[in-house]
Structure formats: structure tokens, C-alpha cells
Design a protein around this ligand. Structure first.
Ligand code: SAM
Ligand code: SF4
Length: 338
């Protein structure tokens, strides 16, 4: 390996990139209103999706360039039939990164154990409500009990700590901040509230409608004593110790308290495009490199390094949601990889 390959992925603002988010599919078995239209059918064509070999090669090169953590996401990553193979192949790379998964939990009853055995360390599971009927309205699927069972399966498989992500929406589920945290503490989940971002499929997101980090703190403070925990690092969540601990709660204020200055993330979409930000409109095409028959193996790896470097060096200082020129990304969240 040349020295150039070992150079970390540092952008023009000095941010070293350590975290690669890999979307393995844009498909999903839920239709969360803030993520995907209920009647969505514009799936990526199957041959556009990276194969296991292709995505593992990108991860391998990225790891050589300093990536230490890989999060598999989607769409719903567990819908990919080869998800355990993907985990295992990444876990057995010569310099394997830490591997985590973001999932809606529906398939974890069957998959938590095989994924843990394959090398998965942790899961983030998304759940916005403790009310089954509300869940069905929010996701267009009557699967609340399956998520709860999936969370239990993840805990039983040792994928701890299980983090549960909740998006609060005004007038929809913002009355559940306190009950969600009570339930999470009682069941050993690490709860994180995430501000809703302008990634909704209909483009109707508005700052005025968004439940802000400040509001979430106020809601929680009515029932709990919250003290800021130390050491946020590059983590997006601000952590708070609840009622003296050991329980904590995280609040991800992506919009009102952006963590862009410490962002160490790069994203690979299921169809092989590198994105340096959830809100970036510029994509760097790695799939074309992976499928170029004229390239030898070493040439291909060198070109992947170039693509990673290009993506990182063109990263902007921040997501720019507050900029009047901000343009809603064209891909829905499910196709970017959350
Ligand atoms: N299907 C998996 C899941 O739901 O966990 C992984 C993909 S999903 C796109 C990843 C995360 O993005 C979920 O926690 C979801 O709640 C969050 N998400 C989706 N759309 C969002 C939005 N507009 N604002 C904030 N978070 C969003
Ligand atoms: Fe599917 Fe996750 Fe999007 Fe919900 S948030 S529609 S579970 S990809």
C-alpha cells in the first residue's frame, strides 16, 4: 500500500473523516411519513445496487484511508437478503471497522442473532411512538409489536446498548416525549430524539412546524432532571444524564444545533454514489469506477481513493439549511441512507 493510500480523509476545514454510512438498499417495509411517500414505487433498478463485492471493496479502501466505523443503513437494510454476508465480509477485512446498523427493527427477531454472529456490534432502532394505532398511521403499516419484539431480540443477541431513535412531530407525537423516555429507561434502551430534517418526500417540512431540540428539552425537563453529560466529540447527539443516572437521553438537533463543525461522516448510497452530507446535491460516482472493465484491480482502488478524496475535499462547512439558497435534496431520505 502506498503512503497516499494511508492518508486520512481530511477536508478543507480540517475535519478527518472516520465514519462511513453505507446504504445497502433504498427499499423499505414501512412508509414513515417524513421519509417516504406512502405510494412510493420509484425504486432503484436492481442492477444499479452495489453487489456485496462492490460495496465491500469501497469499504476496504475507505478503511485504508482512515474510516474506523461503518454504519449500514437504507431504506431498510435488513431487507437485503445478503445483509449478514455484508456484515461478515466487512468484519473480516484485514483492518475491520466497527460495524453498526440503523434499522426499523421489523426483521430483527430473525436477524439479530445471525447479524451479531457475523460481527455486528450495535444497532440503532427507529421508533416514534408507543401507541400501536399511531404507529400504523405514521408508517402505513400495522407493525408496532414487531418493532418492540425486534428491540428485545437485539438486546437478547447482545447488540448493546440498543439505541432507539425517535422523531417528534408537532401535533402528531410530541405528547410522547416523556412516556417514550420512561419506557426506554424501564427497558434499558438508550433513547435519542432527532429533529425532523427537511428530507420529507413531499417537501412540506417547515422550521415552524419542527419540534426543536430546545422544545424537547423543555418537554423532558417537566418530568426529569437533565444534566448535560461530558464529551460529545463528533457524536451528533447531545447527551443528558437523567435523574442522576445511569440513564441518559440524547437529543440530535441537526437543524437548530448543527454538529457540522465536528462532522466526520461520508455516505455511500445503495447505487454507489458518494455523498459528503445528507443535504449535498453533488454525488461522486463510485459505481462507474467499480464497473469499468478497463481498470485493473489496483487502478480501480486508486480511482476509488480519488473519488473518496474528491468527495471529502468538496465538503462544505455546513448543511446550509438556514441559507436562503438552500435546496431540498432530490433523493428522498430512504434513497440517501439515514
Ligand atoms: N429504515 C431504517 C430506520 O428507519 O431506522 C434506516 C433508514 S432511516 C432513513 C434512518 C433514520 O432516519 C431513522 O431513524 C429515521 O427516523 C430517520 N429519518 C428519516 N427521515 C427523516 C427526517 N426527515 N428527519 C429526521 N430523521 C429522519
Ligand atoms: Fe423506512 Fe426507515 Fe424511512 Fe421509515 S425511516 S420509511 S423505516 S427507511
Amino acid at each position: 500500500m502506498s503512503d497516499a493510500l494511508r492518508e486520512p480523509l481530511v477536508d478543507t476545514f480540517g475535519r478527518a473523516h472516520r465514519d462511513l454510512r453505507v446504504s445497502v438498499t433504498d427499499r423499505c417495509n414501512l412508509r414513515c411519513t417524513y421519509c417516504m411517500p406512502a405510494d412510493f414505487a420509484a425504486w432503484l433498478p436492481g442492477d444499479h445496487l452495489l453487489s456485496v463485492d462492490e460495496l465491500v471493496e469501497v469499504v476496504d479502501v475507505a478503511v485504508e484511508r482512515g474510516i474506523t466505523s461503518v454504519r449500514l443503513t437504507g431504506g431498510e437494510p435488513t431487507l437485503r437478503p445478503d445483509i449478514a454476508t455484508i456484515v461478515e465480509r466487512i468484519a473480516t477485512l484485514s483492518r475491520s471497522p466497527r460495524i453498526s446498523l440503523t434499522t426499523n427493527g421489523l426483521r430483527l427477531v430473525d436477524l439479530a442473532e445471525p447479524l451479531a454472529a457475523a460481527g455486528l456490534e450495535r444497532v440503532n432502532i427507529s421508533l416514534d411512538t408507543m401507541d400501536a394505532e399511531r404507529f400504523a398511521r405514521l408508517t402505513f403499516r400495522d407493525r408496532h409489536a414487531d418493532v418492540l419484539a425486534g428491540i428485545e431480540a437485539a438486546i437478547a443477541a447482545g447488540l448493546r446498548p440498543v439505541k432507539v431513535n425517535a422523531v417528534l412531530m408537532r401535533g402528531v407525537n410530541d405528547d410522547e416525549a416523556v412516556p417514550l423516555l420512561r419506557h426506554a429507561i424501564a427497558h434499558g434502551w438508550q433513547l435519542r430524539f432527532i429533529e425532523q430534517m427537511p428530507l420529507d418526500p413531499s417537501g412540506v417540512w417547515s422550521r415552524a412546524q419542527m419540534v426543536t431540540a430546545e422544545e424537547i428539552l423543555t418537554l423532558l425537563s417537566s418530568a426529569f432532571d437533565l444534566v448535560p453529560a461530558d464529551g460529545r466529540g463528533s457524536a451528533p447527539a447531545e447527551e443528558f444524564v437523567v435523574d442522576g443516572g445511569p440513564a441518559t437521553v440524547g437529543i440530535v438537533g441537526s437543524v437548530t444545533r448543527p454538529f457540522c463543525a465536528a462532522c466526520d461522516r461520508l455516505r455511500l448510497t445503495a447505487d454507489g454514489q458518494l455523498l459528503n452530507c445528507l443535504f449535498s446535491r453533488d454525488e461522486t460516482d463510485v459505481r462507474a469506477i467499480l464497473r469499468d472493465p478497463a481498470l485493473s484491480g489496483s487502478e480501480r482502488r486508486a480511482r476509488i481513493v480519488d473519488a473518496l478524496a474528491l468527495s471529502v475535499t468538496s465538503k462544505r462547512a455546513g448543511h446550509g439549511i438556514d441559507d436562503p439558497t438552500f435546496i431540498h435534496p432530490t433523493r428522498p431520505m430512504s434513497a440517501i441512507g439515514g
